[in-house]
Design a protein around this ligand. Structure first.
Ligand SMILES: C[S@@+](CC[C@H](N)C(=O)[O-])C[C@H]1O[C@@H](n2cnc3c(N)ncnc32)[C@H](O)[C@@H]1O
Length: 200
């Protein structure tokens, strides 16, 4: 990330924006479940909001310094920070009830790698689990903001098709002041043993 990001993404204003305008909209009709994976937490504005809404939050961050800072901040709590790239995690399939990625896809240098991250999100979600995400809309200003940094904005018009091609269903793409998306992994959630016996 360049200096512009260092200022904006660590600011209270950015945290307030994510926490009041983006995340509540994305999660309004969503059950995040118990175990969520956050992709690309950066300085942790979304992490801070999400950690009180799930029993366990795992966050995977490719920038080792950012991951180390978050690991220190959340040591001993319900947030596990992992350093690594979200395109190839070591988690078994069906590990998470929800996956989130906020303002990070445009930092992924190629469309192929973005799609790999979306495919990995699908793999690690349990059937019926939900992916929620947001990103900035492409603009000239945003391009300038990313001087000397990776800038590979997500095209809102093709996002639905991309998510569908990866294998998601029940896809919602919202374009307002920012790009938001919700998508579900096909399949029924497994019933817990007791519930399964009740139903039998
Ligand atoms: C602009 S920051 C957004 C941080 C935070 N999600 C937010 O919205 O405030 C993008 C973050 O995604 C991380 N990132 C980029 N590519 C990644 C990848 N392949 N796997 C995991 N994290 C990645 C970057 O290191 C950076 O911390």
């Amino acid at each position: 990330m360049n200096e512009n990001h260092a200022k904006v993404c660590t600011s209270p204003e950015w945290a307030e924006y994510l926490q009041t305008a983006v995340l509540p909209t994305l999660t309004r009709d969503i059950d995040l479940g118990d175990h969520m994976l956050e992709i690309g937490p950066g300085p942790g504005a979304a992490t801070e909001w999400l950690r009180s809404r799930v029993a366990t939050l795992t966050a995977i961050e490719v920038d080792e310094a950012a991951a180390a800072l978050l690991a220190d901040r959340y040591a001993g709590g319900n947030v596990e920070i992992v350093a690594g790239s979200a395109d190839a995690t070591s988690y078994p399939a069906d590990s998470f009830d929800a996956v989130g990625c906020f303002t990070m896809l445009h930092h992924v240098p190629t469309l192929a790698l973005q799609n790999k991250i979306l495919a990995e999100a699908l793999r690690v979600l349990r059937p019926g689990g939900v992916l929620i995400g947001s990103d900035s809309l492409p603009s000239t200003d945003l391009h300038h903001f990313h001087a000397d940094d990776t800038y590979n904005p997500v095209d809102p018009a093709s996002l639905l098709g991309r998510l569908q091609t990866v294998g998601f269903e029940k896809i919602t793409v919202i374009v307002d002041e920012t790009l938001k998306f919700i998508a579900v992994k096909p399949g029924e959630p497994e019933l817990a043993d007791a519930a399964a016996q009740d139903a039998a």
